[in-house]
Design a protein around this ligand. Structure first.
Ligand code: B12
Length: 455
């Protein structure tokens, strides 16, 4: 029998790594089990909360180790891999995920094989090739798979206590959901947009467009979570939580609504009409995060966000009108920002009155258009210390933000901000948000109920 262990890294840069769940792992392990049943023994090796120096002591011996490589974790993942190779020299180490797609040659120096793109079909070849000692270096899926064809991603690879958690559904305005058990779900793959600051477009060479689970699948997965885990609330991790096509969005929201659950999610500002906002509220949506990103239309245009700032204002109002707690995601340090970005952002916040503002620092990640062509965006220099590509600060009491890039003095839009100025703007705005009880960052370390899973 082949023993396979899928590693989830410590994620120690997160204030609470249990705000999210390892969905890639649930999906991949479920698919392997679906094909190979009792011919494999599967482990989800969850290293969250474990100090990096002790992680190795928690990893069982396996024939094959799997890794989903994210840029922020790559250093830790490679240290784990090297330690495991030392102890289990015959073991095979296979990686997929965003970082491997961007740095294929580099990753092949360490991993025995890479899976690029979706793996539901390829994983069968990979395991068969391991069994017949014919493992190849690269497996690539270039056509999108049908995500409704496979079983519901099973949560049984982790303890029940890890899946059903309190605090995930907490709201700012009322305490009604503090004590209910919640978990996270993801019902879609991909995104049809090409935002220049987002790592997705590069991955889209491998699978384009956005695909959702069908409404019946969505309903079945929620019923499974209710039945097996006593889940009463869910947090949708999809990038576009409400599908953009109004007809499909209606069926989709009705499916969620029919399960009588409360839910929260995140979405673009442009998919929300008055009807959709009403339907979302009626289907149990209690909170929504909106990717506003910037109040500067020039910055929005430069990052190819494809939204009009006036639509952002309208969407905030539509959600609030339907009693949906509205959180907005904002970024400081984007190309194209005017000198008075802090004041302009503050004016926008006062005008639109979101419930919470989740403020991040701009981070240039590999796999993005800005990373590939940074000069076009007025950037003089990029740093490649991947450990520093965390975009939220202030969750640890004494943490000092830093940037991974520097603008030119003279940029295509005029004078570029120095790194110091950007950090000052960020800290100034963050402090003002805190003073007005609008920040997602808790004042007191243990009061973390509003902290988000951030992207
Ligand atoms: C849900 C999600 C999360 C979840 C779950 C992550 C997980 N590891 O399962 C949580 C909330 C935990 C999370 C956290 C973070 N995330 Co996230 N996340 C996503 C999101 C929205 C969907 C990923 C997902 O689960 N999809 C569903 C699964 C089934 O699909 P999949 O991941 O694409 O995997 C399929 C294939 O790619 C392949 N595959 C992938 N890896 C592997 C590995 C092996 C061995 C095999 C065989 C196959 C395989 O098989 C799967 C089935 O086909 C993506 C954006 C996106 N839409 O892809 C961002 C994204 C992956 N996240 C990102 C980031 C930056 C983070 C954080 C670092 C954010 C932060 N600072 O807090 C943390 C990292 C935490 C961690 N250590 O994992 C970036 C990664 C960029 C990069 N270059 O690394 C993305 C691309 C968002 C973005 N637009 O920038 N994330």
């Amino acid at each position: 029998m082949l023993t396979i262990g899928f590693i989830f890294p410590s994620s120690d840069y997160l204030h609470d790594p249990f705000r999210g769940d390892p969905h890639t792992h649930f999906q991949v392990l479920t698919v392997i089990e679906y094909y190979f049943q009792n011919k494999v023994e599967l482990h989800l090796i969850d290293l969250r909360g474990i100090k990096k120096e002790f992680a190795l002591y928690h990893i069982p011996q396996c024939d094959v180790f799997l890794y989903s490589a994210y840029t922020l974790d790559i250093k830790e993942q490679l240290i784990t891999l090297q330690n495991l190779k030392y102890h289990y020299p015959a073991s095979k180490h296979i990686a997929g995920g965003p970082h491997t797609s961007v740095f294929q040659d580099e990753c092949l120096k360490y991993f025995d094989a890479l899976i690029l793109g979706e793996c539901e079909d390829l994983i069968v070849d990979v395991i068969n090739d391991i069994n017949s000692l014919k493992l190849q270096k690269i497996y690539r899926q270039i056509t999108p798979i049908d995500i409704n064809k496979y079983p519901i991603p099973s949560r049984r690879y982790l303890p029940k206590t890890t899946i059903a958690r309190k605090g995930l559904m907490s709201l700012k305005s009322k305490r009604d959901f503090d004590d209910i058990y919640g978990t996270t779900v993801i019902f879609s793959r991909g995104c049809p947009y090409q935002c220049y600051f987002c790592a997705m477009p590069q991955l889209k060479h491998l699978s384009s467009g956005v695909r959702y689970r069908n409404p019946q699948f969505v309903k079945n997965e929620i019923e499974y979570l209710k039945h097996d885990y006593n889940i009463k609330g869910i947090n949708l991790l999809d990038e576009i939580g409400i599908p953009l096509n109004p007809k499909f969005a209606t069926e989709y929201l009705e499916a969620i609504g029919s399960t009588d659950i409360v839910w929260r999610g995140q979405c673009r500002v442009d998919g929300i009409s008055a009807d959709i906002a009403r339907l979302a509220g009626n289907s149990g949506c209690v909170a929504m995060g909106l990717g506003v990103e910037s109040v500067s239309q020039r910055s929005l245009d430069m990052i190819n966000k494809n939204i009009d700032i006036n639509k952002a204002k309208e969407t905030i109002r539509l959600l609030k009108d339907n009693n949906i707690e509205t959180r907005i995601y904002m970024i400081m340090g984007l190309p194209g920002e005017p000198d008075d970005i802090v004041e302009k952002t503050w004016d926008f916040i006062q005008e639109t009155k979101p419930d919470i503002v989740i403020l991040s620092l701009f981070t240039v990640r590999p796999g993005t258009e800005i990373y590939d062509n940074f000069q076009k965006f007025g950037i003089r220099k990029l740093h490649t210390d991947w450990d520093k590509t965390m975009h939220m600060y202030g969750r640890y009491e004494h943490e000092l933000p830093s940037l991974t890039f520097e603008y030119e003095k003279n940029t295509p839009w005029g004078r570029g901000f120095s790194s110091e100025q950007i950090l000052n703007n960020y800290v100034k705005l963050q402090s003002r948000l805190r003073e007005h009880n609008l920040s997602s960052i808790p004042e007191v370390a243990n009061n973390n109920q509003f902290t988000q899973v951030n992207h």
